[in-house]
Design a protein around this ligand. Structure first.
Ligand code: NDP
Ligand code: ZN
Length: 351
């Protein structure tokens, strides 16, 4: 079969591979629609996971089941499914401890385009099918549903990590597709003032639509100064980081009130250390919590999130700015994610 792969750090291309084989608890899925992710860009061009050779990329796909293992109970050939980017081993001790995304080792619940071939192929393999496939409801568009593989659950996780409570003031740093879903998730959780930091006009428009009350353009001056001025020097209760780099933690700590929480979902692609400013951290005594997490995967979570589309609580269609017809356009779509033109939020490739 054909797949679009990372050939080595900084290089991508089409390769031929054997169709994957199906274990007794697994499924083989044929993509209907896929989307490239900023994480694919960090993996290939920043070499953030280390070197990978001829590894098929992609971890966001909606597809059709073409084969199931003999022990799979709830899915059959022909089912249309949403496949989460993170597909844990649900029998692992890490999953039993509540951290399924780290099943088998740190970040090892992230298998596609990390430890095994991803979804930019004619077929791909899903482990633990009953636990990791989510049925696509008939009334949900498969193109929109691709946003449920990673963008929606990661944005939602940002709001969970930041532990947002009713009435909290929140700043979401980074409003690409992940940050935008974090804005929406924060609004649903009951924020009061909701700052959104970004510069692309499309993203700003969607951030407002998703519930942001204030837009901070980080290109127009220091984020800290802008947020402190708008909050009369107080700062915010919670910060979600969904963009920027290792320096962003300095700004996040500076705008956070004592007792506040920073929830990071940004993939830090380079740099050895994250800096925490001592004074803004109350010399170590400000009760400022910093948490970072890989999105939780699995069927239950995705089926719950799809119900948020059905009940019109979220509208991830607004993230999709570019659609391509035909698998051959994957490279073009991935390069868009790399170059981030001003009018881009997220591309989808329909097979
Ligand atoms: P995008 O690149 O589309 O968005 C990044 C956002 O950050 C943009 O709004 C950008 O602004 C803003 N930004 C860039 N630099 C700065 C800066 N110096 N200060 C403040 N804001 C800045 O990324 P995605 O939304 O696609 O993904 C966000 C991150 O989430 C990525 O690192 C991705 O790899 C990661 N991720 C993590 C997952 C997890 O499980 N934890 C899963 C999926 C993705 P501008 O408007 O100017 O572009
Ligand atoms: Zn991703």
């Amino acid at each position: 079969m054909k797949g679009f792969a990372m050939l080595k750090i900084g290089q991508v291309g089409w390769i031929e591979k054997e169709k994957p084989t199906c274990g007794v608890m697994d499924a083989i899925v044929k993509p209907i629609a896929v989307s490239p992710c900023s994480s694919d860009v960090h993996t290939v061009w920043a070499g953030a996971l280390g070197d990978r050779h001829d590894m098929i990329l992609g971890h966001e796909a909606v597809g059709e089941v073409v084969e199931v293992g003999s022990l799979v109970k709830d899915f059959k050939v022909g089912d249309k499914v949403i496949v989460p980017a993170i597909t844990p081993d649900w029998n692992s001790l890490e999953a039993q401890a509540g951290y399924s995304m780290h099943s088998g080792g740190m970040l090892a619940g992230w298998k596609f385009s990390n430890f095994k071939d991803g979804v930019f192929a004619e077929y791909f393999h899903v482990n633990d099918a009953d636990g990791n496939l989510a049925l696509l409801p008939d009334d949900v568009d498969p193109i929109e549903a691709v946003m449920l593989c990673d963008m929606v659950p990661t944005g939602v996780h940002g709001a969970e990590l930041a532990d947002i409570k009713f009435g909290d003031s929140v700043c979401v740093i980074g409003i690409g597709p992940v940050g935008l879903m974090a804005v929406r998730a924060s609004a649903i959780r009951g924020t009061s003032r909701l700052f959104a930091v970004g510069s692309r006009p499309n993203c700003i428009e969607v951030a407002k639509d998703f519930g942001a009350t204030d837009i901070i353009n980080y290109k127009n001056g220091d984020i800290v100064e802008q947020v402190m001025e708008k909050t009369k020097g107080k700062g915010v209760d919670r910060v979600i980081i969904a963009g920027g780099d290792i320096e962003t933690f300095v700004q996040a700590t500076n705008i956070l009130k004592p007792g506040g929480t920073i929830g990071n979902v940004n993939y830090l692609g380079s740099g050895d250390f994250v800096k925490i400013p001592r004074l803004a951290w109350g010399n170590g005594m400000a009760h400022k919590t910093i948490v970072g997490g890989l999105m939780p995967g699995g069927r239950l979570r995705i089926e719950k999130l799809v119900s948020l589309i059905q009940s019109k609580r979220i509208n991830p269609k607004k993230l999709i700015t570019h659609t391509f017809n035909g698998m051959e356009h994957i490279e073009e779509a991935l390069l868009l994610m790399k170059d981030k033109p001003r009018n881009l939020i997220k591309p989808v490739v329909i097979f």
